[in-house]
Design a protein around this ligand. Structure first.
Ligand SMILES: Nc1ncnc2c1ncn2[C@@H]1O[C@H](COP(=O)(O)OP(=O)(O)OP(=O)(O)O)[C@@H](O)[C@H]1O
Ligand SMILES: [Mg+2]
Length: 252
């Protein structure tokens, strides 16, 4: 299978009281078309920093990222903007990713209309997207505070899908939801992956969810990828001490 995303030697250094601190340390990995790759690792291991670099929210200090063969992380101007649409992010707190003053429908349409659809076309597409995430059309009129966390996360996924991105990055997208709602969102992501061939980078603390959804797992520790394999392989036969501890902490 062809790689949709290729990350090479990505590095990000932050300064804490003028002392450099390497949050992401020369990591390399790839995601194939239609594949769901998880990043797991303890708090502070560099998962969100990696996601922010891939979605162009921050710039790396070194390394390259290729989407469909094109390096975009150091791109400027028009090319840089073009890649904003190609990778979408779904965050932990769905309510935070919508403007509280706009209905969910308007929130979804806004991202479509920025890319040149008429109002009528955008409306039609928005209703289709709600259907895809199994929300009835009436949810278009609701405001973020008028829906549950799970419903809001469905709307956030609809918005992420709106402009047919090549890759969706989910950062703890199910962590703030209760267990049954979490399972419903995972089922939805699985369905979208199967039906649309969606490629996903799924950042999570939850190895159970990762085992259920993901094809491959990367384990991050202190900014580095220390282990990589299928979820079952990693869980049943962890090689690194750190991974063993992580699994013990989750399953015991
Ligand atoms: N803007 C910033 N300035 C300085 N340090 C930062 C900044 N953003 C992140 N860091 C530091 O980089 C390290 C990695 O942070 P990151 O948010 O990537 O961790 P994470 O793996 O996502 O953790 P969590 O599981 O808690 O979400 C942390 O030590 C964090 O304090
Ligand atoms: Mg994080």
């Amino acid at each position: 299978m062809e790689a949709i995303l290729e990350v090479k030697n990505l590095t990000k250094v932050f300064y804490k009281n003028k002392v450099p601190f390497t949050a992401v340390d020369q990591i390399s990995f790839c995601i194939k078309k239609g594949e769901c790759v998880a990043i797991v690792g303890e708090s502070g291991s560099g998962k969100t920093t990696t996601a922010k670099i891939l979605t162009q929210l921050i710039r790396p200090d070194a390394g390259n990222v290729f989407l469909d063969g094109t390096e975009y992380i150091h791109a400027k101007g028009k090319l840089r903007k073009e890649f904003y649409t190609k990778i979408q992010m779904v965050f932990q707190m769905p309510q935070d990713s919508f403007d509280p003053r706009h209905s969910l429908g308007d929130g979804i349409m806004e991202s479509i209309r920025n890319y040149g659809m008429t109002k009528k076309e955008a409306q039609k597409r928005m209703i289709e997207l709600l259907q895809m995430v199994e929300l009835a059309p009436e949810y278009a009129k609701r405001y973020p505070h008028q829906v549950s966390g799970g419903q809001c996360q469905r709307a956030a996924i609809a918005r992420a899908l709106a402009i047919s991105p090549k890759l969706i990055v989910c950062d703890e997208a199910t962590s703030a939801l209760d267990v049954t709602v979490q399972a419903q969102i995972v089922t939805l992501l699985k369905k979208l992956k199967q039906e649309m061939g969606l490629s996903l980078l799924f950042i999570s603390h939850d190895l159970g969810v990762v085992q259920n959804l993901c094809d491959r797992v990367l384990v991050m520790y202190q900014g580095k990828i220390v282990e990589e394999g299928t979820p079952n392989c990693i869980i049943q036969n962890p090689k690194e001490n750190y991974t063993k501890k992580l699994i013990e902490s989750v399953f015991l």
